[in-house]
Design a protein around this ligand. Structure first.
Ligand code: PEP
Length: 252
């Protein structure tokens, strides 16, 4: 069986300051992609840069959005719909990021967005993660509930358009990631949850990790953590470091 490609996603959040910087960053990644064979790379800039970066996307890196409204169009001030994104070659959408959950997004709303995004032919990168790890292991139930709610009524035929990004909130923007051993346990648990929910169709769903991933820990997190790639925040804004991460993951 052909090995699935790995995945490295750069979540630029509300950065960089100018279109010029955004183009520079994307161009550096594009150049580096010439030597990358086994890894898909997704750049997720703010909405306002998507149109300018879309001409570079496709052959080297993929373009992702950081959010999408589940309605196709209508009176939703300040929102961008899933269907509007497709004209800018957007293939991925990050949904359920803890920073958006903190702004009030519920599991139910996130599920609606996921169904719209995959129904529209894009891949949903669904972020799940606990805020604290209790010694009783209740955080495992929390992750199970987040995944169950996210995948409610998602057509089994579309499950290969789902990526689960395990992002423990305590590791995002922090100075240490989860340990590879803890990540491996969580990865096994998430795959078991997916198997119970989706049966044989769960095989198409990638599990990746996010939370203080950098060029020092990228290799060990993916290799020993038993995940298919990384969701990278801060380090995706530094071209040299992000490219190093991509190369390390591609070499596994
Ligand atoms: C994130 O916010 O998704 C993230 C992984 O951030 P960082 O890599 O900066 O911890």
């Amino acid at each position: 069986m052909k090995k699935q490609k790995k995945l490295v996603v750069g979540n630029w959040k509300m950065n960089p300051q100018s279109l010029e910087e955004a183009k520079k960053l994307a161009t550096s990644v594009k150049r580096a992609m010439r030597g990358i064979k086994k890894t898909n790379v997704v750049l997720c800039p703010p909405f306002i840069y998507l149109s300018s970066l879309s001409s570079s996307a496709g052959n080297s890196f993929f373009l992702g959005a950081q959010n999408a409204n589940y309605e196709a169009l209508g009176p939703f001030t300040g929102e961008v719909s899933f269907s509007e994104l497709s004209q800018f070659k957007v293939d991925y959408v990050i949904l359920g990021h803890s920073e958006r959950r903190k702004m009030g997004e519920s599991d139910e709303l996130i599920n609606k967005k996921i169904r719209a995004v995959v129904g529209g032919g894009m891949t949903a990168i669904i972020c799940v993660g606990e805020s604290v790890r209790d010694i009783n292991g209740d955080f495992y139930n929390f992750i199970k509930q987040q995944i169950t709610s996210a995948l409610k009524d998602v057509s089994k035929k579309l499950l290969d358009q789902i990526v689960i990004a395990y992002e423990p909130i305590w590791a995002i923007g922090a100075s240490a990631p989860v340990s590879p051993a803890e990540l491996c346990e969580m990865s096994i648990f998430i795959k078991k949850v997916l198997k119970d929910l989706c049966g044989a169709f769960s095989g198409g769903i990638k599990v990746i990790y996010g939370g203080d991933a950098d060029k020092v820990n990228a290799d060990i997190l993916v290799r020993d953590g038993n995940v298919s790639g990384l969701l990278v925040g801060r380090e995706s804004l530094r071209a040299k470091d992000f490219i190093e991460i991509i190369k390390l993951v591609d070499a596994i």
